[in-house]
Design a protein around this ligand. Structure first.
Ligand SMILES: N[C@@H](CCC(=O)N[C@@H](CS)C(=O)NCC(=O)O)C(=O)O
Length: 216
C-alpha cells in the first residue's frame, strides 16, 4: 500500500497528514508552497485542477476533499481505527467533521482569502472583518464541544480527525488576531494532540508553530 499526500505547511491538509502518521501508514509527503503559488502550476493543476491541497494519491487514484480523503483512509486502513467503526458514535464524528469542513473552514477562507469572494478592495476588507467575528463565534462553539466532551479526545477514545481539525482552526485563529489561550479547552487539546509522537512528526515536517497570535 503506497500513498502520496500533497500538503501545504499549516493548511487544512494537516488533517489527513496527521491521520496518515497516526495510522502508521507508509506515504510520501509532497509539500506544495501556496504562498509561492505552486498550486497554480501546470504540473499541480494536472493533479488537482482546482489548485488546492490536500490531495491523496492512492496507487493510480487521486482523491481530493478532506471528508472524502478521511473516509477513504478509514476504509483503506481499518486497523488504525481512524473513525469509530459504526453506530451513533460514528455518525456524531461525521456530523462534526462535515460541519467543520463546510462551515468553519470556509468562514476562515473569507478571512484569509477575501479576494476569492469579491474583487473590490473595500468589500474585501469588510468581508474579512465580518468573517473574523463569525470565525470567533465558531471557535467558541468548538470550545464548548471540547470542554464538554465525554471522551479523552474530540474524536472519541482515540485522537483523530476532529482533534486535527480543531488544532488547525485554533492555529488559524492566531492569524485572525484570536489569542488561542482565550479558548483554554481547545488550546489544551491542541497542545496535547501536537505532543503525540505521530503528530509531532507532522508538526516538525510542516515546521509549525502552534501559537501564531501576535498581540496588537
Ligand atoms: N473543500 C476542500 C477545501 C480545500 C482548501 O480550502 N484548501 C486550501 C488550503 S486550506 C487551498 O488549497 N487553498 C489554495 C487556494 O485556494 O489557492 C477540502 O475539503 O479539501
Amino acid at each position: 500500500m503506497s500513498f502520496k499526500l500533497y500538503y501545504a505547511p499549516g493548511a487544512c491538509s494537516f488533517v489527513p497528514h496527521a491521520l496518515l502518521e497516526l495510522a502508521g501508514a507508509t506515504f510520501e509527503p509532497v509539500s506544495v508552497k501556496l504562498h509561492k503559488g505552486e498550486q497554480h502550476s501546470a504540473d499541480y493543476l494536472s493533479i488537482n485542477p482546482r489548485g488546492q491541497v490536500p490531495v491523496l494519491v492512492d496507487g493510480s487514484d487521486v482523491i481530493t476533499q478532506i471528508v472524502a480523503i478521511v473516509l477513504h483512509l478509514d476504509q483503506r486502513l481499518p486497523e488504525a481505527g481512524l473513525l469509530p467503526k459504526a453506530g451513533l458514535e460514528r455518525t456524531r464524528v461525521l456530523e462534526t467533521l462535515v460541519w467543520m469542513n463546510n462551515t468553519v473552514h470556509p468562514t476562515f477562507t473569507h478571512v484569509f482569502m477575501p479576494q476569492k469572494f469579491t474583487d473590490n478592495a473595500e468589500a474585501q476588507a469588510a468581508v474579512k472583518a465580518f468573517a473574523v467575528g463569525k470565525y470567533r463565534e465558531l471557535l467558541d462553539e468548538i470550545e464548548v464541544k471540547v470542554a464538554h466532551k465525554a471522551t479523552p479526545w474530540l474524536t472519541g477514545e482515540r485522537p483523530g480527525v476532529l482533534d486535527a481539525y480543531a488544532l488547525t482552526f485554533l492555529r488559524w485563529g492566531g492569524f485572525a488576531g484570536i489569542d488561542p489561550t482565550t479558548l483554554p479547552a481547545t488550546w489544551a487539546l491542541a497542545q496535547a494532540f501536537a505532543a503525540l509522537p505521530a503528530v509531532a512528526r507532522v508538526v516538525e515536517r510542516e515546521k509549525l508553530q502552534l501559537n501564531v497570535y501576535k498581540p496588537a
